[in-house]
Design a protein around this ligand. Sequence first.
Ligand SMILES: Cc1cc2nc3c(=O)[nH]c(=O)nc-3n(C[C@H](O)[C@H](O)[C@H](O)COP(=O)(O)OP(=O)(O)OC[C@H]3O[C@@H](n4cnc5c(N)ncnc54)[C@H](O)[C@@H]3O)c2cc1C
Length: 578
Amino acid sequence: MSNSQTPTAFTPSDFSAVQMRETAKSSDRAPPTHFDAVIIGAGFAGMYMLHSLRDKLGMSARVLEAGNGVGGTWYWNRYPGARCDTPSYIYCYTFDRNLLQEWEWSERYPEQDEILRYLEHCADRFDLKPDIDFGKRVNSTVFDETTNRWTVRTEQGDAYTARYVIAATGCLTAGNMPKIKGIDTFKGRSYHTSRWPHSGVDFTAKRVAVIGTGATGVQAVPIIAQQAKQLTVFQRTPAYCVPARNGKVDPEVTKARHANYDQVIDNIRKSFFGFELSFMPKSVLEATQEEREREFDRMWDQGGFEFWLGNYNDMFFDKRANDIVSDYVRGKIRSTVNDPVVAEKLIPSYAYGTKRQPLDTNYYETFNKRNVLLVDAKTDGPIEEITEKGIRAGGKEYEFDIIVYATGFDAMTGALKALDIKGRGGRSLTQLWEDGPAAYLGVTIAGFPNLFMITGPQSPSAFSNVPVSIEQHVEWITECIAHMRRNHLTTIEPTEQAQEDWGKHVIDLVSMTLVPNTDSWYMGANIPGKAHKFLAYIGPEGVGGYRRHCDEVSAKGYEGFEFASQGQGGTARTMAAE
Ligand SMILES: Cc1cc2nc3c(=O)[nH]c(=O)nc-3n(C[C@H](O)[C@H](O)[C@H](O)COP(=O)(O)OP(=O)(O)OC[C@H]3O[C@@H](n4cnc5c(N)ncnc54)[C@H](O)[C@@H]3O)c2cc1C
């Protein structure tokens, strides 16, 4: 593997090393070592956090970023077909009205390079880059109880100290490379979608395998099939896809949205999932068959997440209701895929909507092409090993020139654990979270003072339109730090009790839905050995209710938190709201 500027094809077991092979490129400002705050990650979250702490509170802050540019998700995930599936007009920052007015998106769901250009524009517009150290991968984050400061170290050998650490490391960051026998023996080229070469990959005249049929595989498969001589898709669990209906944005629609952004922002902030969508105030079981068909067709034709997040209100809660919705999608798959045997392989058996919804642009149609083959773990046999020539599955060897791993992420906790965080008494976060994460409001952790997470586990995070959740966290954290500075408080951390109560609340709520019954990355089920525990937060009133709850916590003097202030006579600890 070369030590080049950008990732290239790699030896799969070397995957974790690949993540840190981007060469360090230091910013032209000589970095002081001590800061008020260190922020880890320069995606949507880290960039806004920097702007808030530096430009609103006047703090010294440094962002440490493993990649050689801003953008996070959109810097790394450059695979064919990569695009967002939140509508572009709400897949952006909303905190600056001028920025909203000056940026125009070309498509309903823009491609990776357009989103990256947007984030680059934001970094330049707010002059963020001078305070970002690129090519710095954090591998140690330790709290010192004598100084009440964190020391943050990088793979590259740097050390920084700070009063506050904000992990803006992203919910889908740590790529998941499956441990398959013989994975390094393959003589062709291997790629993981989350570390795609910046120069692209030419599939022309190549025999290609794609492993994985989650949201990424669904985006990549149709595009790779257009170029490859032969594409073989290895499926462990089929996905329910709904049509994206992507297209250019009508300039008149853009104009109307720009004139009405205040209302749009209010809508998404108060909504259940951070979209301008809400469940229909009706049970599917109460609707007549004719009415259901009409509503299902309307949502299907509308495209996007309408079918997922704007459906009948019992779809996520009642198995009988969900069966009706699931059967509608199954019917669509059967009517799109010509070969009935292939169609049946593509039809999921779990409850619709309980995994991340992929949006489809010609995914099912792609299986009608003569150069595309589906190998399904259940009916054809699972992958047994990677060989020199390709992949052995179900006792048969398939030969390839290229293997693409579209195998997703160690979601929500993977990137946080990689920071090797040690709190009070040298307590390791990784060990603490062995049985699944625990975090008060999903933002802070008992025993880890002044450590904040943006879109951390047990917050709405990946179960929402993520930029909406990012902005809420950044603004709440900024106000919390401002409160501490106004009141000369040195540390903040949640009480064990508040954290335990929050964890119980998260589980109680999700247990009312069908989500825990499905093996998904929301449940940690995609990673062997990972605790089976819901990783996000749903309801009762979604991101709107969560925002209100966080605001109430701060309005009550940071209920559930403990502060300490360091005066001349030593450290004084107070319960919040005392
Ligand atoms: C392919 C794909 C499509 C997506 N589409 C959508 C969508 O349509 N809608 C939606 O709401 N969300 C979507 N998401 C989720 C997406 O991650 C968020 O929308 C958003 O980009 C997250 O921003 P972030 O800043 O929190 O994290 P990221 O963008 O992931 O940025 C985190 C940054 O932290 C850095 N980092 C991590 N660990 C370290 C370390 N140890 N040291 C230094 N730096 C580190 C990473 O290099 C990265 O640059 C998608 C995710 C993927 C992968």
